[in-house]
Write a protein that binds this ligand. Structure first.
Ligand SMILES: Nc1ncnc2c1ncn2[C@@H]1O[C@H](COP(=O)(O)OP(=O)(O)OP(=O)(O)O)[C@@H](O)[C@H]1O
Length: 313
């Protein structure tokens, strides 16, 4: 359990976190969502005692992080996967972390196995792909078998396999009744991952509710897909219980699904795809409207675009 109360952080003129209050409960994946610069990382750093609040408090399992007797056994975190000694092997990185925190060495094999690092654990980190670095960072977070886990943008830069793996892991951790907080600036990523969402913009709390409640209040997700065998695809999508309809000779629209799901259906039937996109502008626009002036950096104007768009990059 994490309890954030009146949390505020000021860096000179910048109010990075502005009077935030929310709870992160065990047994659920809580998404911490907000555009770039919203204050997610700063909040997580304060949860971990890496930054001092200007005012307000964060309690982890009822106590400030600094008062935890064995922090790594209570809280695990993936913050910046780049901040590791690249000359070390993955295993020696974990060994150092285990020793420093009084974690038995046998845990190393367990977490290497759990994150699927396999033989790569014996290789130097400098040769790791981004996905392997993320897995190593997650292995380190899991070392102390903590009840509370924080992941800062764990899906950044990962391919679909990596994202699906992380999603599964987060679910598994929550099912073990752990407290799981995962940050992202992409609504599309969080809607498939989180049970609850805490949405912030410019350091302020914008929404704190279940994902379904927040999405229900926004827009609906649509997938557009083109295939030369669209008739078969349409049948398979409907078989799966999805609401799909034809919009053109080869093009279909699928309601309330994801590109991932539609892609899987096509793949199962060995059907060729010529286009696949999440028509998400209404949702992303709604998210932008929700964060509104709280977006620190506006990117391109919000032209309707049927692709998976990042908000406020
Ligand atoms: N050490 C620091 N010194 C000065 N300003 C900072 C510092 N750390 C963060 N900020 C500022 O605080 C605000 C919040 O930043 P933070 O990194 O917490 O946002 P974020 O939501 O994690 O964004 P991103 O998704 O880009 O990481 C930004 O305006 C940022 O520039």
């Amino acid at each position: 359990m994490i309890q954030v109360r009146g949390l505020t952080k000021r860096y000179g003129d910048v109010l990075a976190v502005d009077d935030l209050s929310f709870d992160v409960e065990p047994g659920k994946v809580t998404g911490f969502l907000g555009p770039n610069g919203a204050g997610k990382s700063t909040t997580m750093r304060m949860m971990l005692g890496l930054d001092r609040p200007t005012s307000g408090t964060v309690l982890v399992n009822g106590r400030p992080f600094t008062a935890l007797a064995e922090p790594l056994r209570e809280v695990g975190a993936l913050l910046d996967p780049g901040s590791v000694h690249a000359g070390r092997t993955g295993r020696s990185h974990l060994r150092v972390a285990a020793r420093t925190n009084g974690v038995p060495e046998r845990r190393i094999d367990e977490v290497v196995e759990q994150v699927g690092l396999g033989s790569a654990a014996g290789r130097r980190i400098r040769g790791y792909s981004l996905g392997m670095r993320q897995r190593l960072g997650i292995a380190a977070a899991l070392l102390g078998d903590p009840r509370v886990l924080l992941f800062d943008e764990p899906m950044n830069g990962l391919d679909l396999d990596g994202i699906r793996w992380i999603r599964g892991l987060l679910r598994q951790l929550a099912d073990q009744d752990r407290t799981v907080l995962v940050s992202s600036h992409l609504l599309s990523e969080m809607q498939q991952t989180a049970d609850r969402l805490v949405v912030i913009g410019r350091g302020r709390l914008i929404a704190d509710a279940t994902t379904a409640e927040i999405l229900g209040g926004l827009g609906r997700l649509q997938v557009r897909v083109r295939s030369s065998r669209s008739e078969e695809l349409l049948a398979r999508l409907r078989e799966r219980g999805l609401t799909a309809e034809r919009v053109d000779t080869h093009e279909l629209r699928v309601e309330e699904s994801t590109a991932e799901e539609v892609g899987e259906v096509a793949n199962e039937g060995h059907l060729p795809l010529h286009h696949l996109s999440e028509a998400q502008q209404s949702l992303e626009h709604a998210y932008l409207a929700l964060t509104g002036d709280d977006v620190e950096y506006h990117g391109r104007p919000a032209e309707p675009t049927p692709t998976r768009t990042e908000v406020a990059r």
